[in-house]
Design a protein around this ligand. Structure first.
Ligand SMILES: [Fe+2]
Ligand SMILES: [Fe+2]
Length: 262
């Protein structure tokens, strides 16, 4: 099975990059499932029904998210009604939506879990190790998934690496999101779990994590208010990792697929 994992899709340039690259890539690489993180999908802030449909039409099957998913009120209803769109599982139990979901591909059950880290993320979240332990214990016993994928949405690189080692041999792949910066460490851990610290964003190349550079410079240099403006045009990047699975639900390979578009 071939799974493509796309990181944070940021604003219009991110959606445009996905629409430009994904349909042909799915055909060329014979990809079975595409997962993308949508916390910055609509003008950098959360997601809307229309923007979700846009990238779903391009071939994204399952969507994960993170701390920025809560920006728009309409997301509550979307999350509650569509189990193909996740929010991190370690938000409080009564938070809207689902923290994990299933999709069946060629008679194989694929479990996708979304988690969020705790370092430098100021959100009401539970400890992620015990959250994932509880989910795995319950779901492996009950549903016997063939493939298990985790999007770990976290700021600290060490937090993501430690979680990947904790889950090595228990899941197929852990891909990091949230920093918007791609990491060069895609690897298979000793017990067969694929890991990358951060897939990186798909979005505007000439930006600071998707935002107009002059605004971030002003914010860091001068006191006073600075309103975030997301870059809406110019060159774009598409960033992803392609994971191929083996029979036992472990990873055969993981490699980056990155493209720069005019
Ligand atoms: Fe993000
Ligand atoms: Fe985030």
């Amino acid at each position: 099975m071939k799974i493509l994992f796309i990181g944070d899709v940021v604003a219009k340039p991110g959606r445009a990059a996905v629409k430009e690259v994904l349909p042909d890539l799915i055909k060329k690489e014979k990809i079975d499932l595409v997962v993308a993180n949508i916390e910055n999908l609509a003008h950098g802030k959360g997601a809307t029904g229309a923007t979700i449909e846009e990238i779903r039409d391009a071939g994204v099957g399952i969507m994960t998210s993170g701390n920025h998913i809560w920006f728009r009120e309409e997301i509550t209803e979307i999350l509650n009604n569509d189990p193909r769109i996740l929010r991190p599982a370690n938000y409080p139990g009564d938070a809207p939506g689902y923290g994990f979901t299933y999709v069946t591909i060629a008679k194989q059950k694929v479990l996708i879990i979304n988690l969020i880290g705790r370092q430098w993320i100021d959100e009401p979240i539970d400890e992620p190790y015990r959250t994932i332990d509880t989910i795995l214990l319950d779901q492996i016993d009950r549903e016997k998934p063939s493939v298990i994928l985790v999007d770990y949405h976290a700021e600290a690189t060490s937090e993501k690496a430690a979680m990947a080692w904790f889950l090595d041999g228990k899941i197929t792949a852990l891909a990091g999101t949230h920093t918007h910066v791609p990491s060069a460490d895609a690897q298979i851990l000793p017990k067969g779990t694929a890991f990358v610290t951060d897939i990186g964003m798909s979005g505007a190349l000439h930006s600071v994590l998707g935002v107009e550079p002059s605004i971030i410079i002003k914010k860091q240099k001068d006191p006073g208010p600075a309103k975030f403006e997301w870059v809406e045009d110019g060159p774009k990047v598409f960033r992803s990792v392609l994971i191929e699975t083996k029979k036992e639900g472990r990873a055969k390979s993981i490699r980056r697929i990155d493209k720069t578009l005019p």
